[in-house]
Design a protein around this ligand. Structure first.
Ligand code: HEM
Length: 218
């Protein structure tokens, strides 16, 4: 976790997230993929959009990855989670996208449960994988979780808005079973917005996570 007292988010960032949700009228509208898309608020031509246009392509990035260049880097913020049958929770969230010149992005996401004072309670879910850009603005993504689950995802991007749908999953013999999933990653007002819905353990597709992560420069 690095140095003592390190907090991978800022109060300012979280306030921003609250505003975002408040302005979407009803967080429940985030409950399904289509709901999420309807309320997506990327503004490619706004002030924030100009930042996207001005974004420098990381050195040595494979040209296939140019459409995802904005993702490369470290993003740290906070989020909330819930699921039928569990207590709602808050978490600190860090996502890192990196590359080595080959045509895929390395992806690493880790999280920590936090209390109302933003203090870390314990480490939570981690996942890592590889993102590949395919023809026609499509993506193929592999993700493996610390919980004994691995998944293949397929998706599309439209500017800085990425939607992934779970294609196939594997659960180790003692792991929980996730049968459906959808993810959104997008640049919303200059921050990485992430949302994850799943159907797991025999329950219907429903939201599990949503977080907002400012870009980290350290
Ligand atoms: C930021 C990442 C995440 C955090 C902080 C988080 C946190 C939690 C918490 C606190 C619980 C309830 C208690 C527990 O089992 O520990 C839970 C349950 C669960 N999570 Fe997550 N989770 C995250 C990501 C994921 C992902 C990516 C998956 C899918 C592979 C997932 C699948 C599940 C499942 C299947 C359950 C159990 C639900 C049930 O028993 O009905 N979680 N999560």
């Amino acid at each position: 976790m690095g140095r003592v007292g390190w907090r991978p988010w800022s109060r300012k960032a979280f306030n921003g997230a609250s505003n975002f949700y408040a302005s979407s009228n009803d967080r429940d509208t985030f409950g399904s993929c289509s709901g999420l898309l309807r309320h997506w608020r990327i503004r490619p031509l706004s002030k924030e959009g100009q930042e996207i246009m001005a974004f420098t392509i990381p050195e040595g990035l494979h040209p296939d990855l140019n459409p995802l260049a904005w993702l490369v880097g470290t993003w740290r913020g906070k989020g909330r989670g819930e699921y039928e049958g569990i207590e709602p929770f808050q978490f600190a969230h860090e996502i890192v996208f990196s590359h080595d010149g080959r045509p895929f992005l390395n992806y690493y996401s880790r999280s920590w449960l936090i209390d109302d004072d933003d203090e870390i309670i314990r480490p939570a879910a981690s996942e890592t994988g590889f993102w590949r850009v395919r023809p026609g603005n499509t993506l193929e993504v592999l993700i493996a979780h610390n919980t004994g689950i691995a998944e293949g995802w397929v998706g599309r991007f439209d500017g800085p808005k990425i939607q992934l749908v779970m294609d196939q999953g594997y659960s180790a013999p003692t792991a929980k079973i996730v049968t459906e999933g959808s993810r959104l990653y997008g640049l919303v007002e200059g921050e990485l917005f992430f949302a994850y819905d799943m159907a797991a353990e025999g329950k219907l597709m429903q939201p599990h996570l949503w977080s907002t992560l400012p870009r980290s420069h350290d």
